[in-house]
Write a protein that binds this ligand. Structure first.
Ligand code: HEC
Length: 166
């Protein structure tokens, strides 16, 4: 139930709506790569930037330390991650191509990891007190290194669109 929304929560919902991920049931049942509604046409041939192997390696180490306990050493998340818990929260989703992290641009992902998620009753802790922005970006680079070319391209498009809108 969403009554008395705080401005931050509202902003997060608007952001989620912009990235096409406002509804969990929608995002967990469909992984097709259809264009996002309302998405401006991006220049064709936009390729995601190459990943820096050193940052990917650093991100892998940080992931093992801070994230793997919930999202899995193999990035597969909880086996039943699409099934809500009794309190309406969701179990940790995968971080590889089989999840939906790649549906979000870098800006929103940074915000989720540093400031916390807007999922109801979220069990994802905010890491702003423990990790710097650069460290979280290196963890995101580690995720990106496991995504397929389609997921990487799509995520980069959303990131560019995010930047253009801010
Ligand atoms: C205590 C368990 C826990 C830990 C530790 C944890 N997460 Fe999560 N994470 C979750 C849960 C549960 C969700 C599911 C959505 C929600 O409740 O916000 C989630 C969601 C996410 C999402 C959003 C995925 C999406 O598609 O919306 C990202 C990104 C994420 N986590 C990254 C991380 C990173 C990076 C770390 C380590 C720095 C981390 N998580 C550590 C439990 C955890």
């Amino acid at each position: 139930m969403r009554t008395a929304l705080k401005p931050l929560a509202l902003a997060a919902i608007v952001l989620s709506a912009l990235t096409g991920c406002s509804d969990v049931s929608e995002t967990t049942t469909s992984f097709s790569l259809v264009p996002l509604p309302g998405s401006p046409t991006l220049p064709s041939g936009v390729a995601p930037p190459d990943l820096d192997p050193e940052r990917v390696a650093a991100g892998r180490v940080l992931y093992a330390q801070f994230c793997a306990g919930c999202h899995g050493a193999d990035l597969k998340g909880a086996a039943d991650w699409k099934v809500p818990n009794d309190d309406g929260s969701y179990p940790p989703p995968p971080q590889d191509s089989s999840g939906h992290t790649w549906h979000h641009g870098d800006g929103l992902l940074l915000e989720i990891v540093l400031e916390g998620s807007d999922f109801p009753e979220s069990r994802m802790p905010p890491f702003g007190g423990q990790l710097s922005e650069a460290e979280v970006l290196s963890i995101l680079d580690f995720f990106k290194s496991t995504w397929g070319p389609q997921e990487r391209t799509r995520q980069w498009e959303v990131t560019l669109r995010e930047g253009a809108g801010s």
